[in-house]
Design a protein around this ligand. Structure first.
Ligand code: IPM
Ligand code: MG
Length: 369
């Protein structure tokens, strides 16, 4: 590629982003009145099929009456495997995406992302195609007085253009995008969550001292939205010090809602999950106006599969994600039952194989439902 071609590639990106802003969907699905809700289940790669199967067992049990009555349909969707994605040369093969779009919500196992090359991550692709702009990641540790909810912007930042960078002789350039509409909608989602859940503190986390245009815009627009929520105390932090603050007692206890751009949200939520007991304990939602996808926050753990330890993957992350999904579709009682069972289940799962398997853990959890 030469400079002219790079400029052309950049022009295309700018035009596409303008078109994206114009197409941002704002009509929300109302699940409290929807007669039939279709839950798509996608297994993914590595430990994905193992932990997704366990979460599906839990859903089938807790929703048995509604499934029998036909008001909830669980639909298994095949083909989002790394083998099939490579064979089709698509991050999400078109037929799989079409199937997914027939569902209201999706329970998705982790998918393997190829390093390098130009194939985008299936996650990033799904988040973009379904316009799942709010990545919500709760971390709760009651004995440490920690109750955090991260609102990670999920359709912009470095991610959405991460596979679209340009390479010239001797250099490579990637792009990062922040839009007004994209920032305002994630900010509103975070402030609404805070208001509806009695939260009084919200942190806006960026690196606006360095990423002046994109993070600068993010910060300014979040403050604009904040004016509509005067009961919520708002503080700005840079991502580096926030990373330290999550480890700092007792300061960290004051954080409640944390609002941040995509990449910082990705990184800090792994840290937060580790404080909670490991990434295997954390579920997350990817919510848009029309669709929503629920998943573990971790990847497909190929090393566990290589070691023959896949059966020992912790399914708690996916079961938590399933509970978040039930809340999203207004099945709050069912969600609470699962959350209580997760809290009460004392069976341990360890990735070295020295404790229960995913299935044994789920057996015990299902006894508590
Ligand atoms: C996550 C994951 C994904 C991400 C990967 C699998 C693409 O780390 O959901 O946090 O980086 O967003
Ligand atoms: Mg991550």
């Amino acid at each position: 590629m030469d400079i002219n071609q790079a400029c052309e590639a950049f022009r295309k990106i700018l035009e596409e982003q303008q078109a994206r802003i114009a197409n941002m969907n704002t009509e929300k699905t109302d699940f409290s009145t929807k007669k039939t809700i279709t839950i798509g289940v996608v297994d993914g790669d590595g430990i994905g099929p193992i932990i997704t199967a366990q979460a599906t067992r839990v859903l089938e049990k807790i929703l048995a009456d509604e499934i029998a009555a036909g008001s909830i349909v669980i639909k298994q969707i095949e083909g989002l495997t790394i083998e099939n994605r490579i064979a089709c040369g698509q991050a999400v093969p078109s037929d799989v995406l079409a199937e997914i779009k027939t569902c209201d919500v999706l329970l998705k196992g982790p998918t393997t992302t190829p390093h390098g090359g130009t194939m985008e991550s299936a996650n990033v692709s799904l988040r973009r195609e379904l316009d799942l702009y709010a990545n919500c990641r709760p971390v709760n540790i009651s004995e440490k007085n920690i109750d955090w909810m991260f609102f990670r912007e999920n359709t912009e930042g470095e991610y959405v253009l991460g596979s679209r960078g340009v390479e010239l002789p001797g250099m490579a350039v990637d792009f990062k995008v922040t839009t007004d509409a994209g920032t305002k909608r994630i900010a509103r989602a975070a402030f609404e969550y805070a208001r509806n859940n009695g939260k009084k503190h919200l942190s806006i986390v960026t690196k606006a001292n360095i990423m002046k245009k994109t993070d600068g815009k993010f910060t300014a627009l979040c403050h604009e939205i904040a004016e509509e929520y005067p009961e919520i105390e708002v503080e700005d932090y840079y991502i580096d010090i926030m990373t330290a603050n999550l480890l700092k007692e007792p300061l960290r206890e004051k954080f409640q809602v944390v609002l941040l751009p995509n990449l910082y949200g990705d990184i800090i939520t792994d840290e937060a999950a580790q404080i909670q007991g490991g990434v295997g304990t954390a579920g997350s939602s990817n919510v848009g106006d029309k669709y929503a996808m629920f998943e573990a926050i971790h990847g497909s753990a190929p090393r566990m599969i290589e070691r023959g330890m896949g059966e020992y993957a912790n399914p708690a992350s996916m079961i938590k994600a399933a509970a978040m999904m039930l809340r999203h579709i207004c099945r709050v009682d069912a969600a609470e039952k699962i959350e209580k069972a997760l809290d009460a289940c004392t069976v341990e799962v360890k990735s070295d194989g020295s404790a229960a398997t995913a299935a044994q853990y789920t057996d015990a959890l299902m006894q508590l439902l």
